[in-house]
Design a protein around this ligand. Structure first.
Ligand SMILES: [Zn+2]
Ligand SMILES: [Zn+2]
Length: 491
């Protein structure tokens, strides 16, 4: 049984209707690692619906979170914004109304392309609308009980004057430099490290500290299931405190947890926008078809980490996807976005043909027809995936997969010349790609040249390098007659 179906079946035993929460702080480029949360939640959502239940997904943008430090991708001047909520900081690129929207918008666009329907809630709006007011009042009233639970679960000592609320200083605009000094029914009183002291309202005057904010939103949004990163899932982590706070303070059952592991970028470590080790989602989905992006995540159980290599490693994942697509594999099924029509042309093959055709769709289709594909069966799919092949090749492909067809004379030894001459004579238009490939070995044997040298000679003539795409379908794709002419011209 697929992991998403296992979770769905357990959820359905609790209730037939579910609200699944996701939340990512828009503090930098939202990247492939963050996407694991969204895709995991969406797989569960779809599995629930397939099992006859109802499910909705909510995405909470934590735009009231303070900027923690000036990240390497930010200009010097951003040091002065550290501690201010992301929704109150200007867009570093100047194109959106705030810092948080700059990173949020492209991410939301990506979700649409990935077929992930979400109800978007911004923390800043929820606080301003007063949705958190009862939770803030409850948290302030019960702060000693809350502090006791946090002490017990985390082993962390909290000061007696600790409050689970972060007032937003009206003078300096910071949210992490203030201390609550008291509260009544209408106001929360505070002092700030900047020297200011004052009062803020329950509606938009600040936010609950993370562990409380999380639990409060479970109740406000009636959340029943939530995937979260392994840091929150650790013993004494925020889910452990959340469970107790939910039951003992908020009188709400904690949501069904789906902890997930990180996505590592092969050879570089866990993706973290603060460290600059990221593939931004918006950029990635221009290079990879959405079903493959989903499949990278859905094929692996959430509790296992993913070591992702956007080069050869990705090609292997695509091979696997293409092998399974016609078998009704569950991971593939949960990855497909809408009703995409998939043809049998492998991605690897499209990369070669696309380069030969200089990414022209018409020429690509002509070549594929020559390779035995039926145009009406592949045209729509080829047109769609060819765009991805081009971008992927430019951005992520290993150099060895790239080639350019050359012209003019090529220096060859006598042995090589003899081979190419004989090979060219024997090549004919009716041969299959496989026959063209086998012919290399036959002719090499006949003229007494090492097969390796024979292949290298072919590549040197066609692409000016000693390696290239598999010779059989490469020559078939280029067209046998054209290749014969090229051989003739080369020596
Ligand atoms: Zn912007
Ligand atoms: Zn201040």
């Amino acid at each position: 049984m697929h992991w998403a179906d296992v979770i769905a079946s357990e959820l359905i035993e609790i209730s037939s209707s579910h609200r699944i929460a996701t939340g990512i702080s828009p503090s930098g480029h939202i990247h492939l690692g963050n996407l694991r949360e969204m895709v995991t939640a969406d797989a569960v959502r779809r599995a629930l619906i397939d099992a006859g239940g109802k499910a909705e997904m909510i995405y909470i943008a934590d735009d009231l979170d303070p900027l923690r430090r000036r990240y390497p991708f930010l200009p010097e001047k951003y040091s002065e914004y550290v501690g201010m909520p992301l929704c109150n900081i200007p867009d570093p690129s100047g194109c959106h109304e705030s810092y948080s929207e700059h990173f949020l918008q492209p991410f939301l666009e990506s979700l649409e392309i990935l077929g992930i329907p979400v109800e978007v809630r911004r923390a800043s709006e929820m606080y301003r609308q007063g949705l958190y007011e009862p939770a803030i009042k409850l948290s302030l009233r019960e702060k000693d009980k809350i502090a006791q639970i946090i002490r017990e679960v985390t082993g962390r000592e909290l000061e007696d004057d600790w409050y689970p609320f972060m007032p937003l200083c009206e003078k300096c605009g910071r949210i992490n430099t203030t201390t609550v000094t008291g509260f009544d029914d209408h106001w929360i009183y505070y002092s700030c490290k900047c020297g200011n002291a004052g009062r803020v309202s329950y509606r938009g005057g600040g936010k609950l500290s993370w562990r409380l904010d999380w639990v409060a939103r479970w109740r406000i949004l009636q959340i029943t299931c939530e995937p979260f990163g392994k840091d929150h899932a650790a013993a004494g982590g925020s889910y452990d405190t959340g469970k107790r706070l939910a039951r003992e303070v908020f009188d709400y059952p904690p949501p069904y947890p789906v902890p997930y592991e990180w996505i590592h970028l092969k050879g570089k470590g866990a993706m973290k926008s603060s460290k600059g080790i990221v593939i931004p989602v918006r950029e990635f989905i221009e290079a990879i078809p959405p079903e493959i992006v989903r499949y990278i995540i859905i094929r692996v159980k959430p509790e296992k980490h993913i070591d992702f290599d956007p080069g050869f490693g990705l090609l292997e994942i695509i091979d696997e996807f293409e092998e399974k697509i016609f078998e009704r594999d569950r991971s593939v099924q949960l990855s497909l976005v809408k009703e995409v029509k998939y043809s049998e042309v492998p991605f690897r093959h499209l990369i070669v043909v696309g380069q030969i055709a200089n990414w022209d769709t018409e020429r690509t289709l002509e070549i594929l027809e020559r390779n035995g594909y039926k145009r009406n069966e592949i045209a729509e799919d080829v047109e769609r995936r060819l765009k991805y092949c081009k971008v992927w090749l430019e951005k992520y492909a290993p150099e060895t997969l790239k080639f350019k067809i050359i012209s003019g004379k090529v220096e060859l030894g006598d042995e090589e010349k003899k081979f190419v001459e004989r090979y060219s004579e024997k090549l004919n238009d009716n041969m299959s790609a496989e026959e063209i490939h086998t012919l290399v070995y036959e002719v090499a044997k006949e003229v007494g040249i090492d097969a390796n040298k024979a292949f290298k000679a072919i590549y040197r003539i066609l692409v000016g390098k000693e390696q290239g795409p598999r010779v059989g379908y490469f020559i078939k794709s280029l067209g046998v007659d054209w290749v014969k002419k090229r051989f003739h011209e080369a020596y």
